[in-house]
Design a protein around this ligand. Structure first.
Ligand SMILES: [Zn+2]
Ligand SMILES: [Zn+2]
Length: 367
């Protein structure tokens, strides 16, 4: 049985990267190893000993790109967490769990009408839970939102951290798109989240999944994990991609209507491709985030009877279904995850911010 600590060891973001408004000089952000108190656990709260916390694009946005945290720094980042309950609510102690990246309030109108993933009072570790985040030895969380992990077989607990965010976001996106058997799907961007978008679309019954990316190796890999066809968009414009897709459609007698297009890259070129591919009765689902603006003739939506949909995070209620898909290997995580000691956080952030890694990095506590 794991011990209950006196202090939480953590890698705290003392300050994010900032810019001097007058001189434009970049002031580097600071991540610092420190200890923080274990709070008094209230009714319905538990303390989780962290086995692993994934490095998400969102963390890098907070640290490097001026995306503001709800709780002001200093705070610990990290919201993709798997671990073991070590204190609090008796019936949870000793259990292995996933902590949902977003925990709804369960009281408000949005929560009561099934839209709790976008609850405005939601709590997110490493963003809106005060100083607490996943790049730590432990974290206090409400037990009501936890997803218990049973029979994980040979999958290390730390690897399952990716289920808390990277694999759940695509599931919610698929729900938003009302994905069903026989659908034809395009996934733009097959990095940390897109890889699972492809696999889950297939697992949820899509008959055709086409993956688009600029990295050839990633695309090749996806052919073994759910993609029927791939298109390398490197150096090509949106029109070229539409042409390539049309050729695939013709060759395989696929319809020119009803395509569900998931834009996961969050990049301008990716979004331009998505807009260009959106056609009759189609849906464009925006899963990735970027700060850019695009131009689009929105009357095309009217002419196409088409939809554009945003999607945010994932309802905790879906976590058990997603975990089941992972544990039964309908959705594979092992080929898409790597672990590193948490003490490499500074270098790991630098590296991941420069080039998005092919395999999601999960940091394991080594305090
Ligand atoms: Zn995330
Ligand atoms: Zn709510």
């Amino acid at each position: 049985m794991a011990e209950v600590p006196d202090k939480i060891q953590t890698w705290q973001m003392v300050q994010p990267t900032s810019r001097n408004k007058e001189t434009g000089e970049v002031i580097p952000g600071k991540l610092e190893k420190t200890t923080i108190p274990v709070p008094e656990l209230r009714e319905g709260e538990v303390l989780v000993e962290i086995a692993g916390c994934g490095v998400c694009h969102t963390d890098l946005g907070f640290f490097y790109d001026g995306v503001p945290n709800v709780s002001k720094p200093p705070l610990t980042l990290g919201h993709e967490i798997a671990g073991t309950v070590v204190a609090g609510d008796e019936k949870w102690v000793g259990k292995e769990v996933l902590i949902p990246a977003v925990m709804p309030c369960r009281q408000c109108y949005l929560c009561k009408t099934g839209r709790g993933n976008r609850c405005l009072n939601q709590k997110m570790p490493g963003n809106s839970m005060g100083i607490y985040g996943g790049f730590s030895s432990h974290i206090p969380v409400p037990s009501i939102d936890l997803c218990e992990i049973k029979n994980r077989g040979d999958i290390p607990l730390s690897h399952l951290a990716v289920v808390a965010d990277a694999t759940t976001t695509p599931y919610q996106a698929a729900k938003r798109a009302a994905l069903e058997n026989g659908d034809n799907v395009v996934v733009i961007g097959v990095g940390g989240v897109g890889q699972y978008m492809v696999q889950e679309a297939k697992a949820l019954g899509a008959s055709t999944v086409i993956a688009i990316d600029i990295v050839e190796e990633r695309l090749k890999k996806m052919l073994s994990y759910g993609a029927d066809f791939v298109i390398n968009s490197s150096g090509k414009g949106p029109k070229d991609i539409s042409e390539e897709l049309r050729a695939i459609r013709k060759q395989h007698q696929l319809p020119n209507y009803g395509w569900k297009i998931f834009e996961v890259s969050g990049t301008k070129p990716g979004q331009e491709i998505g807009l260009n591919l959106l056609g009759f009765t189609g849906k464009l689902i925006i899963v990735g985030f970027g700060m850019q603006k695009l131009e689009y003739s929105i009357s095309r939506l009217m002419a196409f009877d088409a939809e554009m949909i945003g999607t945010w995070a994932c309802l905790p209620e879906y976590y058990p279904q997603i975990l089941e898909m992972v544990l039964s290997k309908k959705v594979e995580i092992e080929p898409f995850v790597q672990t590193r000691p948490m003490s490499t956080i500074v270098e790991t952030f630098e590296e991941a911010h420069k080039v998005a890694p092919d395999k999601r990095i999960v940091l394991t506590p080594d305090f």
